[in-house]
Design a protein around this ligand. Structure first.
Ligand code: C2E
Ligand code: MG
Ligand code: MG
Ligand code: MG
Length: 265
């Protein structure tokens, strides 16, 4: 990244060489269009039971079918969604897509989890909107799961506690995503209605070479189980990682070993 002065208004714009000739401003315009013209797609990555590999749920992951740059991963555009003013509507689109998918498929006990951004959390209407969407489509609340990161919780402050309690009481489970990487995950586990944790893949990738990572994984698993929380490990690419996680008490897992995110239905 390098910075250049924007012409005229004296603004500083950030240019990303990977964007080629387009500027951040162009990207913002394109993102607004992507939302308007339905260029965002949702892919689903399986979450499996580590004991036998059967699929227990899916994580919905957004992608952008860009008109000429191909299929873009969230890292390439989500950081710009806020500045472009589309992060709340983007999140709503993904949730709507997922609820629609759930409505069209029979309830086979599998859930779909959706990542929620700080802007959506701060919006003040997350619970009301999601619960209305579920009831309009007659989808049982437990089939939708929300994934929140500690950073999104920090950014949205304490007033979302009420909304999360409302969602959780209605039957929508809340998972703490990227577990283990934040500053104060334990206070969130104590203070918020968290049903489970998703172990950040940086821990998984430390297995088996890094003995400390292995021990931390075991201790975090024990903590989550002590709190009667669902345990899901991310980024499992090798069988020996799955073995270690299983032996460390991690119940569910997700990663390329079991399947990458793909379009569905
Ligand atoms: P996340 O929620 O932690 O999602 C897991 C990420 O790890 C996904 O990247 C997934 O494709 C990737 N992954 C899965 N298995 C493996 C593996 O075995 N090895 C490796 N190296 N990676 C694996 P993706 O799809 O690029 O998403 C990145 C992040 O973008 C997500 O991290 C999430 O924080 C965010 N995100 C994705 N979709 C949405 C969305 O609809 N809304 C919001 N607010 N955030 C989203
Ligand atoms: Mg996630
Ligand atoms: Mg994660
Ligand atoms: Mg992550």
């Amino acid at each position: 990244l390098y910075r250049a002065k924007g012409a005229g208004r004296g603004r500083t714009e950030v240019y990303d060489p990977s964007m080629g000739l387009s500027t951040a401003t162009t990207l913002h315009r394109e993102l607004v269009r992507a939302v308007e013209e339905d260029q965002l797609v949702v892919h689903y990555q399986p979450i499996v039971d580590l004991s036998d590999g059967h699929v227990v749920g899916y994580e919905a992951l957004v992608r952008w079918q860009h008109p000429y740059r191909g299929l873009l991963l969230p890292g390439a555009f989500l950081p710009h969604a806020q500045e472009a003013g589309v992060s709340v509507v983007l999140g709503q689109l993904v949730a709507a897509r997922v609820v629609d998918f759930l409505a069209r498929t029979t309830d086979d006990g599998r859930w779909v989890s959706v990542n929620v951004s700080a802007d959506q959390l701060g919006d003040g209407e997350l619970a009301t909107r999601l619960l209305a969407e579920l009831s309009r489509h007659r989808v049982a609340p437990g089939r939708l799961v929300l994934e929140l990161t500690e950073s999104s919780l920090v950014a949205s402050g304490t007033r979302i506690r009420h909304e999360l309690t409302q969602l959780s009481a209605a039957g929508v489970p809340i998972l703490l995503d990227d577990f283990g990487t934040g500053v104060s995950p334990l206070s969130y586990l104590r203070d918020l209605p968290v049903a489970g944790v998703k172990l950040d893949m940086s821990f998984t990738s430390g297995i088996p070479h890094d003995p400390t990572a292995g021990k931390v994984v075991r201790a975090l698993g024990a903590l989550a189980r002590e709190l009667a929380m669902v345990t899901i490990a991310e980024g499992i690419e090798h069988e020996e990682q799955a073995d270690h996680l299983r032996r460390s008490g991690w119940r569910y897992g997700q990663g390329w070993l079991y399947g990458a995110a793909q379009p569905m239905g």
